[in-house]
Design a binder for this molecule. Structure first.
Ligand code: ADP
Length: 583
């Protein structure tokens, strides 16, 4: 059956030279075809042990394509285990199993119908081995019952062994191909990732470069010896030079001697790992000789083997320093002016106090003699003389009042106003002052309305409180036109006595209300001629009331002005009188 020696050798060589890079199925087909032709067989099949350790018919030649399926179904139907079949015996013994007549072979019983149908009668099952390992079976089927010769058995065995190596190599090649393809995928993936990372890196680099270059603060880096490595645009502007004029230069080229010391100290501290200042202030000389002040924060550029350099961020504080200096000088001048002003004020107060004293004595004697003359104590006078003396007396009174006001103001200023405190009746002060002012009100046909409750006595200086009331009432009359109305009201609450003087006069603009209690302040200076006065009355009232722990405020709503006074009531006596006999 089998052909000559030469054809057998060629067949074996053909099997050995099958291209293992081809598709796996076609490799198997090729092996079967060569064996089939050399053996003049009916057909050939190949079974391989798969990764899951199961034997599977992988290819057939000379048989219908459904043959492997049918073999499997027949075995299942007969319920025989693999060990029972000729293939099972081959796997167990590692030797060929020869079936000269399928129909006489009990182990082929489950498949003899198939043999009949497909038209073969004898079979040889051959192990496919690589070394000791069996990877499958190469089976040759013959049409007639056949006693296989040793020659034939040897050929199939060698062909099977050859085929085993081809298959192993093909499998390896397949794995290698898969690995290469996987590797290629991996490489492609990696390349893609590298590209993306590069892109991101580039973008972030560009972002940081942009930040670095366009930051309003200046940013720089130097090596550990102090040679500049990089600097941004803001830095170039400060140093007034181009990049290539500064990169590579040593910092000592740009700093003043004092600042060189500061920077050197800072550098040393960074290198030795000592604690550094949060920021240092240094002076540099720019390319055009301009001195500039910089405030910088420095940090070390650390590498495994120590400090590699310094980096820093800073800002130009020249303008800030200049302004600070100006402010300092301005403050000093202000302080000087304030001192001068204080001294001038002291001299003025002193002067007023002295001069008023000097005026007061002669004025009282002028007034006294004028009164004697008017009262004809020194002889008779005619009507004309009488009228002149009245004018002298009226003006003396005005002058004396003014002198008194100036004296009071000076005393209050120097805190030298002596007050005579005692229990005083505000009701009596109010009625007396209203009575005193009555003639002036009558002259201008001004009505004085009284809405005064009985008030508790307070602790105060009667004369001074009288002065306050007189002042407020005479202002009310002064600044109220003819036929106007003045209302004096008084009452008490839990802790205070409240008095108000309201008029229907010219009123006070809202923005001036807080100023009228200042010394020499008049709402409209030009009216002082019309109304008289020098702007001291209210400041004296305020001073007197404060000495009584009281207060004064004004309000005005366009229908005149109202002045409110508050004085503290005496604290109620809570203990018991304990009068000792004889005390
Ligand atoms: P003067 O001597 O000018 O009256 P005052 O200290 O008593 O000084 O008052 C200060 C200023 O307050 C006055 O010049 C006036 O402009 C304003 N003033 C005081 N009382 C009244 C009032 N009742 N009505 C309108 N203005 C007033």
């Amino acid at each position: 059956m089998v052909c000559d020696e030469k054809s057998k050798l060629k067949a074996l060589s053909d099997i050995a030279s099958i291209d293992i890079t081809h598709e796996f199925g076609s490799i198997l087909q090729n092996i079967l075809k060569i064996t089939y032709e050399t053996m003049n067989a009916h057909s050939c099949t190949m079974m391989l042990i798969e990764e899951n350790n199961k034997l599977k018919m992988m290819a057939s030649y000379g048989l219908a394509p459904d043959y492997p399926e049918r073999v499997h179904e027949a075995a299942k139907k007969a319920g025989v285990p693999l060990t029972f079949s000729p293939s099972g015996v081959v796997l167990e013994t590692g030797k060929c199993y020869i079936v000269p007549n399928v129909f006489d072979e009990p182990r082929c019983k489950p498949w003899d119908n198939l043999a009949k149908e497909f038209g073969f009668s004898s079979q040889i099952f051959t192990p496919m081995k690589t070394g000791l390992k069996i990877i499958g079976l190469l089976n040759v089927y013959m049409v007639d019952p056949h006693q296989f010769t040793e020659e034939e058995i040897n050929f199939v065995a060698i062909a099977a062994s050859q085929a085993s190596y081809v298959i192993e190599n093909a499998r390896m090649c397949r794995t290698l191909k898969n690995n290469i393809s996987e590797l290629n995928d991996y490489k492609e993936n990696l390349e893609k990732k590298i590209k993306e990372t590069h892109k991101r890196l580039y973008e972030s680099e560009a972002k940081f470069r942009d930040l670095f270059e366009n930051a309003s603060d200046f940013i720089w880096a130097s090596d550990a010896e102090g040679y500049l490595i990089t600097i941004n645009n803001a830095g170039l502007k400060i140093f007034g030079c181009k990049m290539d004029e500064i990169i590579g230069t040593h910092f000592t080229k740009w700093f003043t001697p004092d600042s060189i010391k500061i920077v050197q100290d800072d550098l040393k501290k960074h290198i030795s790992g000592e604690k550094v200042e949060q920021s240092i202030t240094v002076e540099i000389v720019s390319k055009n000789g301009e001195h500039r002040w910089l405030e910088i924060r420095t940090g070390a550029i650390n590498e495994e083997n120590g400090v590699k350099g310094l980096h820093g961020i800073g800002r130009d504080i020249t303008e800030k320093r200049r302004l600070e200096q100006e402010l300092r000088e301005y403050n000093e001048k202000l302080q000087e002016s304030y001192e001068e002003l204080k001294e001038a004020d002291r001299i003025k107060t002193e002067f007023i106090s002295n001069i008023t004293h000097e005026l007061f004595t002669p004025m009282t004697s002028i007034k006294g003699f004028a009164e004697l003359l008017r009262d004809e104590t020194m002889g008779n006078i005619n009507d004309e003389q009488q009228k002149s003396l009245e004018i002298i007396l009226r003006n003396s009174d005005r002058l004396i009042r003014l002198i008194k006001e100036l004296l009071d103001a000076a005393h209050l200023k120097k805190n030298r106003m002596g007050l005579q405190f005692g229990l005083v009746s505000l009701n009596s002060i109010l009625s007396k002052s209203i009575q005193d002012i009555h003639p002036q009100a009558k002259d201008k046909h001004i009505t004085i309305i009284q809405d005064i409750q009985p008030l508790p006595r307070v602790w105060g200086d009667e004369e001074r409180l009288m002065e306050v009331m007189t002042n407020l009432l005479s202002n009310a009359i002064k600044f109220t036109p003819q036929k106007g109305k003045i209302t004096v009201a008084a009452g008490e609450d839990t802790n205070h006595v409240n008095i108000s003087v309201a008029d229907t006069g010219i009123g006070i603009p809202a923005e001036k209300l807080s100023c009228i209690f200042d010394r020499f302040y008049q709402v409209d200076g030009s009216t002082s001629r019309k109304y008289g006065g020098v702007g001291l009355g209210l400041s004296i009232c305020k001073g007197i009331l404060e000495k009584h722990k009281g207060s004064i405020r004004a309000e005005s709503n366009g229908n005149g002005s109202t002045f409110h006074i508050t004085l503290p009531k005496l604290a109620p006596f809570e203990g018991e009188w304990n009068v000792q006999p004889g005390s």
